[in-house]
Design a protein around this ligand. Structure first.
Ligand SMILES: O=C(O)CCC(=O)C(=O)O
Length: 290
């Protein structure tokens, strides 16, 4: 295997943590230089693709607030923007090479205990300094037209991500409750219209009452977290006045995953060509490992 990215695979202990907690933090698993080499691609997409593959989530939040919705800003205004998008691998050669890197595929295969790994989608998530929009508590599975247990998201920062700059938080073991939660608008706990599942509970209240445990990791380039698609997670705003928080997250599926259509969740163009229960694969959901 030739991977410019992978430094080491997860240990057995890390694999066990992933399945027990629904998330694992892998320190020093990636080459920081190879991660930082994605900075120009991130910049290019920020410059050229807002409104196409990238979306201004701060503007979306302002629209929801104007329509009477509640946006997670902590009640303050900020000068920074939260911009995010998906499926850059389809339009950008660097993003494609990164998402299809066999080292990341092997890392996901090890954690998912799967012989084969498929790429579902990639995301870029940038919170500029002084971005007040938090990422709402959500479960990835509600957004995916897929079923199966071998589904994970790798979250790879290009900057220091900590409690100040917008680290991710995870509800420990939440992937094991079997619940499907309705997808929301990412900067608001408001669920998307027409979607099925439970409303995401008030996690800060449950954590304050010690009814759930929230895990958070400070990460730098070369570190990553990998969470299960059923794990409830969120991220803070970026309260730093000078430090950006750029991240690439890539979602991978293992061999037990099949297409499964969920009412109301956003569809990708190729979903028109696949049927319920079809296996993954082909050019729109390529095999990365195995
Ligand atoms: O980076 C963020 O703010 C949220 C990312 C996230 O929820 C994900 O990649 O699954």
């Amino acid at each position: 295997m030739h991977s410019p990215l992978l430094v080491r695979l997860p240990t057995q202990e890390e694999v066990d943590s992933f399945w027990a907690d629904g998330v694992v933090c892998l320190r020093g698993a990636l080459d920081p230089d190879a991660v930082l080499a994605m900075a120009p691609a991130v910049e290019r997409l920020l410059q050229e693709s807002v409104g196409e593959t990238m979306h201004d989530m701060s503007a979306l939040g302002a629209g929801l607030a104007a329509a009477g919705g509640t946006v997670l800003t902590g009640g303050v205004a900020g000068k920074g923007r939260f911009v995010s998008g998906t499926d850059h691998w389809r339009v950008d050669a660097d993003c494609r090479a990164f998402a299809l890197d066999p080292g990341l595929g092997a890392l996901a295969a090890t954690l998912l205990r799967s012989q084969q790994v498929y790429l579902w989608e990639d995301s870029i998530l940038v919170k500029e300094p002084d971005t007040v929009e938090q990422t709402a508590w959500h479960q990835d599975m509600g957004y995916f037209h897929a079923r199966g247990e071998q589904v994970c998201t790798t979250w790879i920062p290009l900057d220091r991500a900590d409690a100040e700059t917008g680290a991710m938080s995870f509800v420990r073991g939440s992937h094991r409750d079997g619940a499907l939660y309705r997808p929301n608008w990412f900067v608001s706990q408001q669920s998307m219209e027409g979607t099925e599942g439970l409303e995401v509970p008030d996690i800060p209240a449950l954590a304050a009452a010690q009814r759930v445990e929230v895990l958070q990791y400070a990460l730098g380039p070369g570190d990553l977290t990998v969470h299960h698609a059923r794990t409830l997670h969120a991220a803070g705003g970026n309260l730093s006045q000078h430090q950006r928080r750029r991240a690439i997250s890539i979602r991978y599926c293992g061999e037990d995953v099949r297409y499964h259509f969920r009412p109301g969740a956003p569809r990708k163009p190729h979903h028109e060509q696949v049927q319920e229960d079809d296996p993954l694969g082909g050019p729109d959901c390529p095999r990365v490992w195995g």
